[in-house]
Design a protein around this ligand. Structure first.
Ligand SMILES: NC(=O)NCCC(=O)O
Ligand SMILES: [Zn+2]
Ligand SMILES: [Zn+2]
Length: 507
């Protein structure tokens, strides 16, 4: 058992972990170790990329690198559940690829991300192979979700291959982007059914794409062609409608649902209602939606305004605070970024027409700091909650390999100084893009050290990353969200027996 309660002396014999003689060994001393359910003062010993022991007063030899964490938190590296690196989208490709985006992530304390594979001409296998190639330069661990953009027998078969052979356990359905990625309700229903049978999590981009299309036409007819037209054309009511529709279809199929980038009160309230009724719905806010409002979209400078264009749009002030409250009360469960960046030249494709501005904002480097400052520093959540919503993702079946400081877990670790501070600057961030939607933000707390796969990759504000060192992490199906689904199905079927019996005896 790789996850046994390890101590230094036992490591070969008890756990079967056989360190090589040239192993990299680290001891993090004196910090407060934080997991999703508890915190304790302890040392953490790492060998060959794996946490070997978590206990007080660990003694080691001279060949071990020491890191002092006195007065600081030792936490699992962040897992960003929503990114788009090297994604071809809206006639261009995101400026961050699997190396630059991951380097930025590591500088901000994120040590794993889950990216969305886009099928090639509808083929999931071809899409997966293309993303395998893109990810070869990875410098940190990553997993994949898969988008479903069309429906036929071959897609249905390929979904099974993705789950059973490729380690994908989640599929995203875009209810918006009419004419490119958008699917209709018929496809969504088929997809939900297939996800259920495979134990895969269905994810939705929830906006009514037909109504958005109509809203965009309306703006252009009114002569509103600038970035503000983006927000005006796709109001929160359209996000609420699609969220409600997806939730109801998932209830009809009786399968869990994950709503990505929840940006509005309208969508959040639909999720709250469904969860209250017992439905398994996960809501993911993204850091831009949690900490920004839409005022930037009205900036008279096109490039400044265009950098905020993403979908669903960043909403008016008030939605941000409501999403924070929902996160703190458990209505929403984890925070992503939707990191999908285009530089100013790419954003300028839409200088005369907001519909051509590539959609997407940054966040992969900023998420850990901004969530700390906004949620923990403000007193809305505890430090253990912080770990749960930024890293411990039971939903994707990664725990306890990832998202935990436990013996046997991967050594993806941050040392976080709550008494230090951070400042975000487009001029000094590590992403390749030339703008930053959080430019100028300052706050408390700082990721001082990032350890990925047992290697110190960020220390003293310096990155030491190696292309090709990141690993693809397979994620098995049937997470805890599927517990009880079969029993609910059986109950539903037996509830049908009574009316069927009545009909039979009458005829
Ligand atoms: N969100 C966004 O604007 N771009 C990325 C694609 C998506 O997630 O919808
Ligand atoms: Zn989306
Ligand atoms: Zn996205």
């Amino acid at each position: 058992n790789q996850f046994c309660d390890a101590g230094i002396g036992y490591r070969e014999s008890t756990c079967g972990i056989s360190p090589s003689s040239s192993s990299s060994k680290l001891l993090i001393k004196g910090g407060t170790v934080v997991n999703a359910h508890q915190q304790e003062i302890a040392d953490v010993y790492v060998e060959d990329g794996v946490i070997v022991a978590v206990k007080p007063n660990i003694k080691v030899g001279d060949d071990v690198t020491l890191l002092d964490a006195t007065g600081k938190y030792i936490m699992p590296g962040g897992i960003d559940p929503h990114t788009h690196l090297a994604m071809e989208f809206m006639g261009t490709e995101t400026i961050d690829d699997f190396f630059s985006g991951q380097a930025a992530a590591l500088a901000g304390g994120t040590t794993m991300h889950i990216d969305f594979v886009i099928p090639v001409n509808g083929s999931l296998v071809a899409g997966f192979e293309a993303y395998e190639r893109k990810a070869k330069k990875s410098c940190m661990d990553y997993g994949f979700h898969m988008a479903i953009t069309k429906w036929d027998e071959s897609v249905s078969r390929e979904m099974e291959i993705m789950v059973n052979e490729k380690g994908i356990n989640s599929f995203k359905f875009f209810m918006a982007y009419k004419g490119s990625l958008m699917i209709n309700d018929e496809l969504l229903l088929q997809g939900l059914k297939r996800c259920k049978s495979l134990g895969a999590l269905a994810m939705v981009h929830a906006e009514n794409g037909d109504a958005v299309f109509e809203g965009q036409k309306r703006m252009i007819e009114l002569g509103i062609t600038g970035p503000e037209g983006h927000a005006l054309s796709r109001p929160a009511v359209l996000e609420g409608e699609a969220t409600a529709r997806a939730i109801r279809l998932a209830r009809f199929v009786n399968t869990p649902l994950y709503v990505v980038h929840v940006m509005s009160i309208d969508a959040m309230e639909e999720i709250a209602k469904a969860r209250k009724s017992g439905q398994k719905v996960i809501g993911e806010p993204v850091v831009s939606g949690l900490v920004l409002d839409d005022s930037g979209l009205w900036d008279p400078d096109f490039i400044t305004a265009a950098k905020y264009v993403m979908s669903p749009p960043i909403r008016e002030s008030g939605h941000d605070k409501a999403l924070q409250a929902a996160l703190s009360t458990g209505v929403l469960q984890l925070v992503g970024t939707d990191h999908c960046v285009f530089n100013s030249t790419q954003k300028a494709f839409g200088i005369d027409d907001f519909r051509k501005i590539p959609n997407g904002v940054n966040g992969i480097e900023e998420r850990m700091h901004l969530v700390w400052d906004t949620m923990v520093e403000s007193g809305q959540i505890s430090v253990t909650d912080y770990v749960r919503i930024t890293s411990t993702e039971w939903i994707f079946n990664l725990y306890p390999r990832k998202g935990a400081i436990l013996a046997g877990s991967d050594a993806d670790i941050i040392i976080f100084n709550p008494n230090s501070s951070f400042e975000i600057r487009a001029s000094s961030h590590h992403s390749r893009t030339d703008t930053n939607v959080f430019d100028g933000r300052k706050g408390k707390g700082k990721v001082e050290v990032t350890i990925a796969g047992g290697r110190v990759v960020w220390q003293d504000d310096e990155l030491k990353v190696v292309p090709g060192s990141g690993k693809y992490i397979e994620m098995p199906p049937f997470s805890y969200l599927f517990n009880g689904i079969d029993k609910a199905d059986a109950k539903y079927l037996s509830s049908l027996q009574a009316p069927v019996g009545r009909f039979n005896s009458a005829s």
